[in-house]
Write a protein that binds this ligand. Sequence first.
Ligand SMILES: [Zn+2]
Length: 305
Amino acid sequence: MSYPPPTATGPKVIAAGLDLGGTKIEMQVFNADWQTLTKQRIATPDSYPELVAAIAELISQNVAADVPVGIGAAGLIDPQNGKVLAANFCATGHTLPDDINAATNLDVTYINDCRALALSEAVFGAGKGHKTVASVILGTGVGGGVAVNGVLPVGPTGTGGEFGHCAASAAIVAHYGLPVFPCGCGRTGCVETYISGPGLERLALALTGRAMTSHDIATARSTDTAQVWGAWCALTADALRNLILTLDPDVIVLGGGLSNIDGMIDDVLAATKSAQIGDFAIPPIVLAQGGDSSGARGAAWMAAQ
Ligand SMILES: [Zn+2]
């Protein structure tokens, strides 16, 4: 689908967002109704100078200097020194936001991609109309964000929303006789190592002795895969229970590749109900609504605030 370019007499541009990932960078320009006016996608460059130059060029080609620009990117930024930690593109150890600002002469807003998705869901998607919205992205990794009244609180450490690196429930790990896995973050036993896409596959191997893809487990939920799915639901529900006990959100929005598994939301809802304390209620647990545009839209929204 293509969109007409904004013109001097055309729809007013309110903000622009970039979704920066390991394989592609996508820029979207939004009008005052937060509809996409233009989209441009390029491959993520392999070298850092090329990365900075490519982002700066995308921005200068697509928007005027007075338009707020937000970047939602995989990885984290340390607010103490402005340096990026990114597993899947070449910016680790570099002050990418500062370098983009220097190259464009702008003040670009830079946030984690899971936080951008969470914000987009809170404002435009499944969390719209709710006060406290917690989003959890279940994909290659596990992360998310919490938005309150359509705003993403930005804290001093830059790690808020990294739910995937909270500990998995020791009781559930022991119940299923599961190993304690090392995590990409350098610690062991993080819940991400069990409930991400690769985590689900680790559960299958540990419980059945057979290698299965997430797709196999999702489509053939019977006999031994039922136990794998049960363990995944229990560990995921326990992570959501921790969120409920900490934040008491009005709604929990689930996104990422694993949220596309048929019946996932019903099974996680049932598991979270049984994980909750006593007869206390749990908030609605719903699927994210945003598609490919969510990351860029969330980052653009944050920039426009
Ligand atoms: Zn971890």
